[in-house]
Structure formats: C-alpha cells, structure tokens
Write a protein that binds this ligand. Structure first.
Ligand code: SF4
Ligand code: SF4
Length: 446
C-alpha cells in the first residue's frame, strides 16, 4: 500500500507526526493510584448525580453516578475500594467540579462488575441507546459528547453512512492505532450495535495512510454479516475532524452551521466504537480507557489502559519525567488543552498525555509576535475556508459580534492549522477561542 492515501480534503497542514516512539508498543495496563478521583462532569451536558455516599465500599465497574436527564451519562467506579470523599476536584478546564474520591482496596482481585447485557440481535434502537447512556459512553476522541445523543437520528432525518473515525491525525497520539490493531473484534461488534441503532445502510472505517498495518488487519477480518469496508485517507491534519473526513470519504460538504446528518452521514471515533462492542455484551460501564503517554519529557513512553480518575501527577511519577518538565498537554499538542494543574485526573475524553521539556516549551510559547504581513498562509491552511487573517485583526479590536456575523467565527473548530503556519506567530486559535466564548456568553445573556 502506498504511504499516501488518495482521498482527502482541501487545505490543511502537515505537522511532524512524532508517532514512532509509541505506535509499535502494545497496550499495557496501568497500576492503580493510591487515590482515584472521578469527576462527575466528564462530558458535554449535565454532570452525573452521585448514587453512592462517603464511607461506602464499591466494586470496580459499579455505577457511582446516574445520568441527570437526557444530556448526561452514568459514571462507574474505576477501582474496588472505599469512597473517601465526595467533593470538589480541579477539572482539565481549570474549574472546580464535583468528584468522587476512591481509595483502592489493596488486596482486591479488582474483577469488573457485570451488569445486564444488551443483546445486539434483539434490542431495539432505543434500548441500545439507553444501554450506551447507562454504560457512560462519550466520544473518546476528545470531544466527550454523549454517544447516545450523537447516535440518535433526528425525527424525519435519514443516515445512509456511518464513518468510524480511525484517522488519529494529532501528533504523538497512537491510542486509536493500537486499538485498531488489538481490539478488532470489539470494533466490529460495536459497529453491529451502531448499525442497529442508526439503521444506516453502510459503515466505512476511515484510517490514515500512516496506519497501513491497522487498515490491513481490519480488512483481513471484515465480517460477512455487516456492510462495512475499510478506506485509507491521506496523511494530513486535521483529517480526523468529522467534516473533513466526510468530505474525504463521501465527497459531501457539511454546510456551515450544519451537522453531518444534514448530508446523511454520521461520524464516530474508533475507540468509542470498540468500547461499545466491549462493554454492552456484558452490561458494563466505562471505568478505564487507552491513552498514549508520550513527548520529549516522558521516560517510559507507551500506550496504557488507565483507570478513569487516575491523577496526572501519579501518571508522570510512574512513567518518569524530565527534571525540566515544561508544558503537559491533555490530548495532542494541536488541539489538546495544556494541563492547568498536576492534580487533574484522567477523564473519558483524555486520549493522550504529551509532555515537553521547559526548553521546548520556551521555544514554542515565547515566540515574539509580529504584525500580520497578509501572506495568506493561514487562509490556505484553514480546512473550512475561513479567513483567519481577517478574524485575527477583528479579534484584536474585540469585534466579536462582527467576527461571528460576517466571518463565520462559530464554524471554527479550533484545529490550530492557521496558528501553525503563521510566520508572524500570531496566536490566532487562542484569539478565536476567546472570541467564541464571548459570543456564546453574549448569546446566552440575550
Ligand atoms: S483554527 Fe479555526 S480558523 Fe484556524 S484553521 Fe482551524 S478552523 Fe480555520
Ligand atoms: S498567516 Fe499570519 S501573517 Fe500571514 S496572513 Fe495569516 S495572520 Fe497574517
């Protein structure tokens, strides 16, 4: 297979991939921390409501939080242990959120609790979506959008194609790559549930050309009972964004402010798909996830299955880090947020921990900003055909409403391609994040 796939989208960039250190390393189980902290808000929507109390004993996989309404999912104990406290804990976004503190039992076998299995052959679409919500499944690619909402086809709409997203275009991350190599049966079982829930006609697994071994491995065992095929796309950032992947694989453009369903498509991350296939036959909930731990400051780099709620400080102590630890990203360095504190915990949407040394952090974060020279590199990079140069000039003047009304600011999904190519080192994507938050706040106030 050629290294370059033929299918892709227009524009985009080519940051260094930096995946060699971990892509060949099999998934390893991570040890339990002395105390795990499970935030009750790990997804878009309302936090789960605790169903356990301080001083109670729980077993691994037991439900500890119930969904609070439709836009919410259940939470499960990542470890058998004692609930030490239910109180506030720092989140990745820097806010304090409610969380459940669990101290593991040292002598426990840590067997995972079984629940009520969801039979893929007899369950109705609504029953499958309810089982996904009860299993606490959210987008594991980083978005953490509740999966039962994502998979619900709106009344009057029709999906013909579900795209299983195995692109993983973020530098350093090899989580999805390893899942595609090591959990192939789980992926196809997850696809069976998704096909039944959405009534889609076909599934395409989209894989970037730098993961040819994963694409070949999946192709080799495609089951006869489901309409699924594997397609390879070109290596380019942000090929894994759902609008870009839909364009690359189906030749369809999701309209501005529209959703994939508007072009009869749906996109779901491959690790999320594998979790559905792994959990639902046992009625289990998410209590751990696969994460890449990499970057120049990390000692024992690798792909690890890590209990949800494991504190970042424990992870870094366990794998070993450089004495000159600089910035740590929760996810990849292009779209992942920088960790606000080492006391934050791994949540369901954390696909990686990428750490840089102080020297490398200084090189990238202290670059002097120069005025815009109108080179249009950013315009050529933006996969959505926005005008980052113009948006940047308006952002400097705090003309946020104009950015939204005239230049489609709210379509920007903060991929960072424009900042990556800007020779004047203008922090465009950071400016757009601030502007979008201001527009959202003003709209909510109205
Ligand atoms: S961050 Fe926004 S404006 Fe910049 S390239 Fe990505 S989508 Fe376009
Ligand atoms: S890439 Fe930077 S310098 Fe060039 S037009 Fe865009 S904002 Fe201006």
């Amino acid at each position: 297979m050629s290294w370059f796939g033929t299918k892709t989208f227009s524009h985009g960039v080519h940051p260094p991939e930096s995946k060699d250190a971990t892509c060949g390393l099999p998934i390893r189980q991570f040890p339990f921390a002395p105390v795990l902290v499970v935030p009750l808000s790990q997804h878009l929507g309302k936090p789960a409501l605790p169903v356990v109390a301080e001083g109670e004993e729980v077993i691994r996989g037991q439900r500890i939080g119930r969904p609070d309404g439709t836009m919410s999912v259940a939470m499960h104990a990542p470890v058998s242990g004692l609930i030490k406290k239910i109180g506030l804990t720092p989140s990745i976004q820097g806010k304090m959120v409610p969380g459940v503190y669990i101290e593991p039992f040292p002598a426990s076998t840590q067997e995972v609790a079984e629940g009520s299995p969801c039979d893929v052959d007899s369950a109705s679409p609504d029953e499958i979506l309810a089982a996904i919500q009860e299993a606490g499944v959210v987008g594991l690619g980083g978005a953490a959008f509740p999966t039962h909402i994502k998979l619900r086809v709106p009344e009057g709409k029709h999906i013909d194609t579900v795209i299983v997203n195995g692109v993983e275009c973020e530098p350093y991350l090899t989580t999805d790559h390893r899942v595609m190599l090591e959990q192939r049966e789980d992926i196809f079982q997850g696809i069976r549930y998704i096909l039944r829930a959405t009534r889609a006609e076909q599934v395409i697994i989209g894989v970037e050309a730098n993961k040819a071994d994963a694409a070949d491995g999946l192709r080799a065992i495609v089951p006869d009972d489901i309409p699924v095929r594997v397609e390879v796309v070109q290596v380019k950032y942000p090929q894994g964004a759902e609008k870009m992947l839909i364009t690359a694989l189906l030749g369809r453009e999701v309209p501005s402010r529209g959703l994939p369903v508007d072009v009869h498509a749906m996109c779901i991350n491959v690790a999320t798909t594998a979790e559905i296939g792994r959990l639902l036959p046992h009625g289990r909930g998410i209590q751990e996830r696969v994460i890449t731990i990499s970057g120049p400051a990390i000692g024992d780099k690798g792909n690890y299955r890590i209990p949800i709620g494991t504190p970042l400080r424990f992870i870094l102590d366990t794998v070993g880090v450089s004495d000159a630890l600089g910035r740590v990203f929760m996810g990849g360095p292009m779209m992942g947020p920088a960790a606000s504190s080492l006391d934050i915990a791994i949540v369901k949407g954390t696909s990686g921990v990428v750490a840089f040394t102080t020297e490398e952090t200084r090189k990238t974060s202290r670059q002097k900003e120069y005025p815009c020279i109108r080179c249009a590199y950013c315009v050529d990079a933006c996969p959505l055909y926005l005008n980052p140069s113009q948006l940047g000039l308006l952002a400097k003047n705090h003309e946020y409403d104009r950015m939204a009304a005239e230049f489609n600011l709210m379509d920007c999904f903060e991929c960072g391609s424009c900042s990556f190519v800007c020779p004047s080192h203008i922090p465009l994507v950071q400016q757009f994040r601030v502007a979008k938050a201001a527009v959202r706040k003003a709209r909510a106030a109205r």
